[in-house]
Write a protein that binds this ligand. Structure first.
Ligand SMILES: Cc1cc2nc3c(=O)[nH]c(=O)nc-3n(C[C@H](O)[C@H](O)[C@H](O)COP(=O)(O)OP(=O)(O)OC[C@H]3O[C@@H](n4cnc5c(N)ncnc54)[C@H](O)[C@@H]3O)c2cc1C
Length: 400
């Protein structure tokens, strides 16, 4: 039976970033990533919008975005992989188009309060009133708006490049990827008096193999709740369907940032057209990947045409759906071990729509936590599993 120091369940952006940072650390533990689908057809990472923003309220989220943005800006150096023909890091497709949150009276105070915090972390954020907004972005309807927060240094990138870059880097550093699925986790009693259920000793795979493990990270994204259920560990993370629509219009508009409004409409330039979405907050949880043309017609298009009247005439060219790993407690990631129960079992899930942008910061944080016994770069302790046990939510007010 083979042994691995660290077993990562799920090889998406989060699992692969963790693998790269763990293998890149001086301790260089052995790392095995179990991923059933190397094509990542249904993984959330492959279906994401790719937005990277620092418009958050929680200091942890702002700091993680600042750190990740810096990592992405030095992507080619950070992720350099030698394929024998020089640097083969995939092109990140980074577009520094900026982010723009537009709000009415309901959101103005929050946006102003958040801007103070964001500036304290070095973020260049401009608060635009209606006339500033009209001058800079004339195609955005503003007569129902009070304020906008604009971060010109934010932007978007290619989610698959992030995933493949981290995966190749991890593999080059010696991480082993197994095409398999974790179907069982065995925790056995230990000498640790703080541990109620013992420590994970073995993991069973769909292929019939069993691995001996030192530490386990659950990075199974929208499937993370099912993985925790193998240990009877409660996790308030559910799969929530989210649509993306690619549309084109005839009119030529000014260069637009990624726009979000209080209807939870999202719109950003993509190639010759625009990538658009509108989060349905009452979507029931489930592993549902169907698209729903009626939802675009009746909900997304009207909201889009309201905010950007040039979209009254558009061509819907394609649409798809993907899953948020939605944390129903507070919409923030859960990062850390099952303290007091199964101490060598870590969760990195519940990213609720902002995991891709935070993958570099999360990968580094997991390496610090597991190899050094605590955070060294960013203090993310408030995001640990203890808040699930106590029910104390850490809410993010920057999401609109
Ligand atoms: C439509 C949409 C738009 C989004 N837009 C953004 C955005 O603009 N910016 C942003 O930062 N984030 C965005 N997100 C969120 C982002 O995609 C996720 O937070 C992030 O990709 C999560 O990465 P992950 O590695 O945790 O999950 P995934 O990429 O889903 O990877 C999890 C992996 O676990 C594997 N797995 C499942 N069960 C098992 C098992 N039992 N054993 C082994 N492996 C298993 C799966 O096969 C999967 O590959 C968006 C998501 C969606 C759906």
């Amino acid at each position: 039976m083979s042994h691995t120091d660290i077993l990562i369940i799920g090889g998406g952006a989060i699992g692969s970033a963790a693998a790269a940072f763990l293998r890149g650390a001086p301790q260089a533990p052995t790392v095995t990533v179990v991923e059933p689908d190397p094509t990542y057809e249904f993984a959330s990472t492959s279906r994401a919008t790719g937005g990277v923003r620092r418009l958050f309220s929680c200091p942890e989220n702002i700091q993680m975005s600042v750190a990740s943005l810096d990592f992405f800006k030095h992507w080619h150096t950070n992720i350099a992989v030698d394929d024998g023909a020089g640097n083969a890091a995939p092109d990140l497709g980074w577009k520094e188009g900026g982010y723009l949150f537009v709000v009415d009276d309901r959101g103005a105070a929050i946006v102003e309060r958040n801007a103070v915090r964001q500036r304290a972390h070095g973020v260049e954020v401009h608060l635009l009133d209606r006339s500033d907004l009209a001058r800079r972005f004339p195609s955005i309807r503003n007569d129902d708006l009070t304020l906008a927060a604009w971060t010109p240094g934010d932007g978007w990138l290619d989610p698959n490049a992030v995933l493949q870059g981290f995966r190749k880097k991890a593999q080059q550093l010696g991480a082993v990827y197994l095409k398999d699925k974790v179907t069982g986790i065995t925790a056995q009693g230990s000498a640790n008096p703080r541990s109620q259920r013992g420590r994970v000793s073995h993991v069973q795979l769909e292929s019939g193999d069993t691995l001996k493990v030192g530490t386990v990270i659950n990075a199974a994204g929208a499937w993370a709740g099912d993985v925790c259920a193998l240990l009877e560990m409660p996790l308030p993370v559910v799969p929530m369907r989210r649509f993306e629509h690619y549309v084109e219009i005839e009119a030529a508009l000014e260069p637009l940032p990624l726009i979000k409004d209080l209807d939870r409409l999202v719109c950003r330039p993509e190639g010759k057209g625009y990538s658009v979405g509108l989060v349905n907050s009452s979507e029931p949880p489930g592993y549902i990947f169907d698209t729903d043309p009626a939802y675009f017609e009746s909900v997304v298009w009207p909201a889009l045409a309201w905010r950007l009247p040039a979209f009254e005439a558009l061509k819907l060219k394609s649409e798809w759906s993907g899953l948020y790993d939605e944390n129903t407690l507070d919409g923030n990631m859960i990062l850390g071990n099952w303290a007091g129960e199964v101490e060598n079992f870590y969760v990195a899930a519940g990213f609720s729509g902002h995991g891709l942008m935070h993958a570099p910061a999360v990968g580094r944080a997991l390496a610090e936590l597991i190899l050094e016994g605590g955070y060294r770069t960013l203090d993310l302790a408030r995001m640990d599993y203890r808040r699930v046990q106590s029910g104390e939510a850490v809410r993010e007010e920057g999401i609109i």
